[in-house]
Design a protein around this ligand. Structure first.
Ligand SMILES: [Zn+2]
Ligand SMILES: [Zn+2]
Length: 538
């Protein structure tokens, strides 16, 4: 049986290396947790690194985006990866590759061991990201090779459409990078100091040291030791030595480079499947995290529960019920929070409705206002229907509302329009700095032009901005309304009203060039940097 991995399937067929990660991850029963639906529990006080009280609570929503704090979301011993809808599609194979490799940990290990373990665990996922995944990956006509910090919407669209030409030089470069990295790790272990292997902006040695510094209290905690004892049987990706982790890195690397076959993770579980174990690991970790700030009878009861979960991971429903009973009796986080893990669990748990409703409040407040007393019902329907796609929350909400509204529900159809408008206002793409910079040099505004990729054309059959501004009610005469939205250089969204005939021209052109003569307002739009001549003077 093929289990869903928790990511859009094309993200694991985009390149031969990503496809091998997908096949191994699938055979290992691994999966990704949806970041926006996963509730991060507060850090136990004893785990907070010195001088970093700010890490106690994970960051909250900002205009429909839930920022990822590297510290909270990433731990090398976690086999489950993270799916963040605002991140690029390269992450899926990277995250699952971490899952396949595992982690090195032994109780009482010194910080340099932890730093080198982190560095080793990162070496292949990073090689995959910057090298191996580029072989056979389709890119837009302007890009070739990894983009580092840049984000390209066109590249993302091309990745989704299929694969590109084989480029074996990326495998060769990856081999060189990885060999140097593993060499540096071995030398570091021998010499007892961190030997760098700098490549462009990458420095996995210093990343490893940063990881060891911020996670040290947690890595040395009795809870982590207990967790490894209970939830990491042989074959589950736990390595006691750096050498064992390095051997696993070499085995999986050879597979991703087309030079052999690695074995999937095959944990020895007394009962249930590998996936049952990964889920029990995740849930067990969360329970131990709560245990770290608990004492007395409540702590004893949690200990019993964690042991029961480790013994019978396939009987998760019973363990969830047992936790809910404990949370009723003692002061502990409610079950809906603890079991909001970002993937489906028994009893309809797994996705936090509370957290997503808070996100919608920051992304689409006017839409929620319009829903009024139907709010809970509609948010519940959205949480059930929300697909795993790389789109911002407000856009996904608008689309699901439109689907629901298309069934004859006029309120939801109008709410979908509001959400579409709020999505465009709240999550603008990066400004088109080229068009904004070069506009001064345009003296001839005739000829072929094209809409800037940063501009969004929105068309409604009623005056949505007028409604939001309180100028009309939903019952007022329907006035078709078309707008162009684009960020200026300060990233503020500029809203440009259009005549319907002008909007029709832009609508039919889409992202293709058209003759500026067809659009009376072309000179104005060029001046605003939202319409571009197909070539600028040199
Ligand atoms: Zn990583
Ligand atoms: Zn591109």
């Amino acid at each position: 049986m093929t289990l869903a991995l928790g990511a859009p399937p094309y993200e694991l067929s985009r390149s031969p290396a990503a496809a091998r990660v997908g096949a191994l991850a699938s055979a290992s029963g691994l999966l990704l947790a949806h970041f926006e639906y996963r509730v991060e529990l507060p850090l136990p006080e004893a785990w907070i690194p010195n001088g970093r009280a700010d890490l106690g609570d994970p960051p909250g929503w900002q205009t429909g985006v839930l920022p990822e704090s590297k510290y909270h979301s990433f731990r090398h011993e976690r086999r489950l990866g993270s799916f963040h809808p605002s991140h690029r599609s390269k992450w899926t194979a990277h995250e699952l590759c971490h899952g396949l490799l595992g982690f090195a940990w032994r109780p009482g290990a010194p910080p340099l061991f932890h730093a080198l373990a982190a560095r080793l665990a990162e070496a292949l996922p990073v090689t995959l990201w910057y090298f191996l995944d580029e072989d056979g990956l389709a890119r837009c006509q302007d890009h070739d090779g990894p983009l580092f910090d840049a984000y390209c919407e066109r590249c993302e669209a091309v990745h989704a459409a299929g694969t590109g030409p084989r480029r074996p030089e990326w495998i060769e470069r990856g081999q060189v990078f990885l060999a140097r990295e593993l060499d540096a790790v071995r030398r570091s272990a021998r010499e007892g100091r961190m030997i760098p292997n700098r490549y462009a902006t990458l420095d996995l040695g210093s990343d490893g040291l940063a990881y060891a510094a911020s996670h040290r209290a947690r890595l040395d905690s009795p809870e982590l030791e207990r967790w490894v004892e209970l939830f990491c049987p042989p074959g589950s990706g736990h390595h006691l030595s750096l050498e064992a982790l390095e051997a696993r890195v070499i085995e999986v690397a050879a597979d991703l480079m087309g030079e052999g076959r690695a074995s999937p993770l095959m944990p020895t579980v007394a009962e249930g499947t590998a996936r049952d174990l990964w889920i029990a690991q995740d849930v067990g970790y969360r329970l131990l995290q709560i245990r770290a700030d608990t004492d007395g009878d409540a702590a004893d009861a949690l200990d019993d529960l964690v042991e029961a979960l480790a013994a019978t991971p396939a009987e998760l429903e019973g363990h969830i019920d047992a936790y809910a009973a404990l949370a009723d009796e003692y002061e502990m986080p409610p079950a809906e929070e603890v079991f909001a893990v970002g993937y489906p669990l028994p009893l309809g748990l797994g996705r936090s409705v509370r957290q997503i409703a808070e996100g919608l409040e920051t992304a689409a407040p006017n839409t929620l206002g319009l829903l009024g007393e139907r709010l809970d019902e509609v948010v519940g329907a959205f949480v059930t229907a929300d697909p795993v796609v790389r789109r911002p929350l407000a856009q996904r909400f608008a689309r699901v509302l439109a689907d629901l509204g298309a069934r004859g529900d006029a309120l939801l159809a109008d709410a979908a329009d509001l959400a579409r408008f709020e999505a465009a206002l709240g999550g603008p793409p990066a400004p088109d700095l080229e068009a904004l910079t070069l506009v001064e040099t345009v003296d001839d505004v005739s000829g072929a032009v094209v809409l800037s990729p940063a501009a969004r054309l929105l068309r409604f059959d009623w005056d949505v901005p007028g409604y939001i501004d309180g100028l009309i009610t939903r019952d007022d005469r329907r006035q078709p309304t078309s707008l162009l939205l684009a960020p200026n250089a300060e990233r503020e969204v500029v809203v440009i009203p259009l005549e319907e005939a002008e909007a029709a021209v832009l609508d039919s052109a889409g992202s293709s060039p058209f003759d500026a003569a067809a659009l009376a307002c072309a000179p104005d739009l060029i001046g605003l940097g939202v319409l571009r001549p197909i070539r600028y003077p040199v």
